[in-house]
Write a protein that binds this ligand. Structure first.
Ligand SMILES: Cc1cc2nc3c(=O)[nH]c(=O)nc-3n(C[C@H](O)[C@H](O)[C@H](O)COP(=O)(O)OP(=O)(O)OC[C@H]3O[C@@H](n4cnc5c(N)ncnc54)[C@H](O)[C@@H]3O)c2cc1C
Length: 460
């Protein structure tokens, strides 16, 4: 007997468009292509990935910036699982969240979050932390309990500095403020307490939610490149160096102008950065009420830089952990990136190097005015000050992303709707008011927009 036939799927008269091929756009495109919807993705840049991509330097596949995820990032984890073949944490390496000083220094705190069920994980981490005295740790535990009892809610206009004012200084400065700065990429005196409290809530909910997840592939191979392959396999296309503008939208489709021509998509997702939105919408579209609201919200946003200093060494490095804490003067965190050398065994630079680290400086500061040479010199001097025997680098690269994330300030207004008009949706890391600019916010918004379009096109 013949197997029952699948119902014939209606052929779509036009593909869906995704404008912007960062992680939000890639998540949207993956969602659409996986439902059999052909996608045309436009990106103004020569490569996909946006603010999370591989850059080649001297043949080395380094990342434009160090990206760290946590176990609570469910949307990203499940997308990467779909992309890389069904394994839990595919493309990622999991380790317990830890603060391990690069070298002993005044104010340093050592802490490891054990794999206990919440709330015992964070409580045990604080109780067993090295650095703060017993009394400080007990006060910090009481503070954490009060935060949990209040449902991790803080006043909308409160800063992280104000939130941490009642935490013993050693715990606030050595533990909580560095985590807040890394997650919100905004200095504590102007970063949002409600957003940081929400992140503490997320990492306290389930066993493993606080774990660090480190990419084991370069950022392009983690999501953007597999997405491009899937788009092509499902009858779609990736158009790079293709700046696109939405010029009209109706229930019949969305008109898009790119490379001197206009084409009609069945539906479109605008997944550009918040500072790029105004250029992606023509005046007729920008005037739609929800588009005007989104433009008002994004035009009020300010942005923060992130600097990443790669240092290469002829010798193997002895580091206490893959991720170690520095003393913020100026480097904040040091990542052991020998994985990059292992992935690029044929590059001349990789052959010459035995050790590679990435030093991260989140948000702006006194280092902003330094050029690349001065900044890498300053970071190396910092490492030698902390550990006088640390070797001298023979290779360095500095990547400063000037608009790395929006400033995650208290009360930051976000667009009220991610649906702008008939068949036109937004995706991006700035849409969820509970989250800072993260891969998780980008991926979750991209998937939501992809699902909304799939429903509109009868493929939900
Ligand atoms: C150095 C650095 C470190 C970071 N560290 C972390 C971290 O540790 N953990 C974490 O979770 N997040 C981190 N982030 C944040 C994370 O990278 C971003 O939140 C995320 O990549 C944003 O994705 P997106 O798709 O929303 O936007 P984008 O990546 O900005 O993508 C927008 C895309 O749209 C394209 N575009 C713009 N206008 C047009 C147009 N008119 N037509 C066509 N294309 C257009 C752009 O070229 C770009 O590719 C970091 C970011 C940086 C820069």
């Amino acid at each position: 007997m013949d197997a029952p036939r699948e119902p014939q799927r209606r052929r779509l008269s036009a593909p869906a468009a995704v404008i912007g091929g960062g992680w939000a756009g890639c998540a949207a495109a993956w969602t659409l292509a996986s439902r059999g919807i052909p996608v045309v993705i436009h990106d103004a840049a020569p490569v996909l990935g946006g603010r999370a991509r591989r850059v080649e330097r001297a043949g080395l596949p380094i990342d434009n910036g160090q990206h760290l995820l946590v176990g609570a990032y469910d949307a990203t984890r499940s997308l990467l699982r779909a992309v890389h073949g069904g394994r839990v944490d595919a493309g990622l390496r999991r380790e317990a969240m830890a603060l391990v000083p690069f070298a002993p220094h005044p104010g340093a705190v050592t802490l490891r979050v054990p794999r206990l069920a919440p709330p015992w994980n964070l409580a045990a981490a604080i109780a067993l932390a090295k650095g703060p005295g017993m009394r400080d740790r007990m006060d910090a535990l009481r503070w954490l309990k009060a935060l949990r009892d209040a449902g991790f809610r803080r006043a909308a206009d409160e800063t992280v500095d104000a939130m941490l004012a009642s935490v013993p200084a050693r715990v606030a400065r050595g533990m909580l403020a560095p985590l807040a700065l890394a997650a919100l990429n905004t200095p504590a005196n102007r970063s949002s307490a409600p957003v940081f409290a929400h992140l503490l809530d997320l990492i306290s909910r389930t066993r493993g939610a606080s774990d660090f997840l480190l990419p084991v592939l370069d950022l392009s191979e983690l999501l953007p490149e597999p997405t491009a392959r899937r788009i092509e396999a499902r009858g779609g296309e990736t158009r790079l160096r293709s700046t696109a503008v939405v010029i009209g939208t109706s229930t019949d489709g969305v008109d898009i102008h790119a490379a001197g021509a206009t084409w009609r998509a069945a539906a479109a997702i605008v997944a550009v950065g918040p500072h790029q939105l105004a250029h992606a919408l023509a005046p007729a579209v920008a005037g739609l009420p929800d588009a005007a609201d989104a433009l008002e919200a994004t035009s009020a946003m300010h942005f923060e830089p992130t600097a990443t200093v790669y240092l290469g060494f002829r010798e193997r490095l002895r580091l206490r952990s893959r991720i170690t804490r520095l003393d913020d003067a100026p480097g904040q965190w040091l990542f052991d990136r020998r994985d990059i050398l292992e992935r690029a065994p044929d590059a001349a630079a990789a052959r010459a190097l035995q050790g590679l680290v990435a030093v991260v400086i989140s948000a702006g500061g006194a280092h902003d005015d330094l050029d690349a040479k001065a900044l890498s010199g300053r970071v190396h001097a910092q490492l030698r000050r902390l550990r006088p025997t640390f070797p001298v680098p023979v290779w360095s690269q500095v990547i400063v992303e000037r608009r790395s994330t929006f400033s995650c300030v208290p009360g930051l207004r976000r667009p009220r709707s991610s649906s702008l008009g008939p068949r036109l949706h937004l995706a991006g890391d700035y849409l969820d008011p509970s989250l800072p600019a993260t891969l998780e916010a980008a991926v979750a918004s991209g998937e939501a927009a992809g699902l909304a379009v799939a429903r509109e096109l009868g493929r939900g």
